[in-house]
Design a protein around this ligand. Structure first.
Ligand SMILES: [Zn+2]
Length: 281
């Protein structure tokens, strides 16, 4: 994680469909000077409001990480944030003309490809990496088997235990020491999970309107309903989500262990870690 801060060599423009609203939105990723961090801006609203991608600016974790205030929101920032974290993009402005980041292919792959196409620009100041200095954990009261744990450690290592009684998925466990190389090869393309029975229910509620069979691992009653990119794609995507959510803290070092956790616990953990992290360079 050490090294110099990075931004993009050039601006990137992406147009794509959002998952929950089904709307087509335009996204711009704009290079920024050192020590800016990641910023998000709604360009379709009066005054073009802007917020830093920080834990205190998250307003909802129900289906995705949602940044905003009482007045405005940007939903589903996690896969974009995972791409920034995995590729070590420190300084960037994300402009979007709607309430949600486009889904891409349900993973971070599309964003990663676009970022690597324009390339990363190394900047003149070293990256500040903060360390987890003591064990911190959060638990979900509604599921006694759900935990998210942070421990001191070298580099950034993320483990996840996905458990399910569903015969198609079974239990899945994976652990990665996250480097930009391994992120690109092993995590970036892992798509989110969708159970076929739930897709119809979500559509009736007006959610997941942009989802189709290509943008998720679709689990049917007896088999997967589309081709997997990795045998354990589901658990890899869980690690991708954690990677994205952790980036609300900026670059950090330590070990993260998730057991049946999701965005809600991710936010609780980053809020708790915020005061515990070292100021180390
Ligand atoms: Zn996800």
């Amino acid at each position: 994680m050490k090294g110099f801060q990075q931004t993009l060599k050039n601006k990137i423009s992406i147009v794509g469909q959002a998952l929950h609203s089904g709307k087509v939105v335009a996204l711009n990723l704009i290079p920024q000077p050192v020590d800016t961090g990641v910023l998000f801006r709604r360009v379709d609203l009066p005054g073009k409001p802007i917020l830093a991608a920080k834990p205190e600016n998250i307003v909802d974790t129900m289906k995705s990480m949602t940044l905003g205030t009482n007045e405005w929101r940007i939903q589903t920032i996690e896969h974009l944030m995972a791409a920034f974290h995995g590729l070590r993009v420190d300084n960037l402005l994300v402009e979007v003309d709607g309430p949600e980041i486009p889904l891409g292919d349900g993973s971070a792959q599309y964003f990663v490809e676009r970022i690597l196409q324009v390339g990363l620009a190394v900047q003149e100041k070293p990256r500040i990496v903060r360390k987890i200095t003591s064990p911190v954990w959060v638990a979900d009261g509604s599921d006694p088997r759900s935990y998210l744990i942070a421990l001191p450690g070298e580099g950034l290592r993320i483990s996840y235990c996905f458990t399910s009684d569903h015969k198609v998925t079974g239990d899945q466990f994976a652990q990665y020491l996250v480097t930009p190389e391994d992120f690109q090869k092993k995590l970036a393309a892992a798509r989110t999970i969708a159970f076929f029975q739930e897709i119809e229910v979500l559509r009736k509620q007006g959610l997941a309107l942009g989802g189709n069979m290509d943008v998720a691992v679709v689990v049917g009653e007896d088999s997967y309903l589309n081709e997997l990119r990795y045998n354990d794609e589901i658990v890899r995507h869980k690690i991708l989500d954690i990677l994205g959510d952790l980036y609300l803290l900026g670059p950090i070092e330590g070990e993260i262990i998730g057991l049946r956790s999701g965005h809600k616990l991710d936010l609780e953990l980053v809020l708790k870690l915020q005061s515990e992290l070292s100021k180390e360079v």
